[in-house]
Design a protein around this ligand. Sequence first.
Ligand code: APR
Length: 234
Amino acid sequence: MAEIKRIVILTGAGISAESGIDTFRSAGGLWEQHRVEDVATPEGFARNPDLVLGFYDARREALASVEPNDAHRALARLEREFAGDLLLVTQNVDDLHERGGSRRVLHMHGELKSALCAACEMRSAWDAPMSDRPQCPICQAPSLRPDVVWFGEMPYQMERIYAALSQADLFVSIGTSGAVYPAAGFVQEVQRTGADTLELNLDASDGTPFFREARHGPAGSLVPQWVDEVLARA
Ligand code: APR
């Protein structure tokens, strides 16, 4: 088995499910509770900013009542103990990777605990409601919006992600349905280089056919197991 020196990990809502955060597309998930068009598009925000700010205020507030789980902690351990290069890319906007101990997390879809100013376009750390139209900490305009990448908007740091994918020996996808691009296309990018690919997910996803290996079950047990294997081999 070839030595693994460079790993890229992609996580999705499934890694936070065991912490009590709803996923998007499961039965009773967020996209059954809310219309995507209303709360996750720039057009929806323009149409009804109160609805959108309220939606993200509630999700931000709910972070205080959840904790990271064993999967988050296992990835933090991998970051600490793996001698090679590791890039952890998450589609999640929660802060559970960081609270689980990960220091280098790339939030490609933004973060609940960050604000984006529609006036000066600057991002600032933010952990309070936005529904009362607070001022931007940088330009003081009352124009803050959730720093979350909505449908139709470009995710963050795509060049850095594609550069890492092109160099990776191993790509691992954890807790994502493979329904949303560009993240859903990462496995095919890696397939082209011939690098190894592994899916860790509760059940089969839209992306499963593209992975060399797929293990299905809860992330809280699959991820610590996999991290043990990698560190035992390193
Ligand atoms: N362990 C592992 N996987 C799980 C678990 C668990 N405990 N619970 C659920 N899953 C899996 C589901 O089987 C599903 O395949 O996690 C996946 C979650 O899929 P989605 O709800 O579609 O979430 P995600 O893939 O992260 O969505 C991608 O879509 O709505 C947008 O911007 C949003 O970042 C999000 C993107």
